[in-house]
Ligand binder design. Structure first.
Ligand SMILES: [Mn+2]
Length: 292
């Protein structure tokens, strides 16, 4: 496991956020405002990370509080092969920038970025590092926020098996990328391969529903009203035995976020769909412009 000997000090971070990202921040007049945003499983440091989509999300959405629910940086993969394009730096820049502008940011490291867990309780550049958190919604519901690998028996007891699963997943993500490069060239909207594959694979479905039930049961035993997790890359919002179960999904393929509106309503945003809704107005009609 990669080790980090020290966190960047506030001086380093101030210098970093005083600079400019490679992909300039979009000056959106009115960003969509939410009370709370949850995102996780970004996997910075891997080719699978859909950095462009996340940068677009961060440039269009703001919130009072933002939870980073783990696997933000992929330390496992970075240790094997260093991969860090400027777009990944731009995401870190945007997150630190919004902390500076006053968003409360709570970072709950996951299993891929567990090297940050040693800094639990610390605060760097306005980002609070926590092992887990309890979020109170505007109408007083209490939601346990955790990454979710705590309940993943396979990850805990058979680490090599988890890595094998990881390799298969990496291969699928590579395929996903090629499919979408093709789709983009053909002017087709983004399409998630493993989202469709998961629905077809019985084992994956069983694993997901087991995970959801175990996490909800744990939340129930702790006396909270609900739980927000990440880890399984499957966005969901449903009631399990009277416990609100939420999963904010991922930014590898699903590109989803969980949000709390100012009236306490919860919603999963599928960012590819949000971009598709916006595209007709945003992009000038090239054919018309040429004809004019
Ligand atoms: Mn995870």
């Amino acid at each position: 496991m990669a080790t980090i000997t020290r966190l960047p000090v506030d001086g380093d971070l101030a210098e970093f956020t005083a600079g400019q990202p490679a992909i300039p921040e979009k000056m959106v007049e009115e960003r969509r405002q939410y009370r709370t945003v949850w995102i996780s499983d970004i996997h910075l440091g891997t080719r699978g990370c859909n950095a462009e989509m996340l940068i677009d999300f961060l440039d269009h959405v703001d919130s009072d509080t933002m939870y980073l629910v783990g696997d933000i940086i992929d330390g496992w993969r970075l240790k094997k092969k260093f991969y860090w394009p400027s777009a990944h730096n731009d995401i870190v820049w945007r997150i630190l920038k919004r902390a500076k502008r006053g968003t409360r940011i709570v970072y709950i490291p996951g299993n891929h970025d567990e090297m940050f867990r040693q800094f639990t309780g610390l605060n760097f550049g306005g980002v609070e590092i926590r092992r887990q958190a309890v979020h109170e919604t505007v109408d007083g519901r209490r939601l346990l926020v955790l990454h979710g690998d705590e309940f993943d028996a396979i990850t805990l007891s058979h680490r090599w098996l988890a890595h094998l699963g990881d390799a298969a997943y990496t291969a699928m993500m590579a395929l996903n990328r090629w499919v979408n490069l093709y789709r983009r060239a053909m002017n087709l909207p983004y399409w998630s391969l493993s989202k469709h594959a998961k629905k077809k694979v019985k084992n994956a479905v069983e694993f997901i529903s087991n995970f959801e039930e175990i996490v909800a049961r744990e939340a129930g035993s702790r006396g909270v009203d609900g739980v927000v997790a990440g880890h399984i890359h499957t966005a969901d919002a449903r009631l399990i035995d009277n416990i609100e179960y939420y999963n904010d999904g991922d930014w590898v393929e699903g590109c989803t976020a969980l949000v709390e509106h100012f009236d306490g309503r919860m919603e999963i945003l599928h960012w590819a769909d949000e971009i598709a809704k916006r595209e007709p107005e945003a992009e000038p009609d090239v054919a018309q412009a040429a004809a004019a």
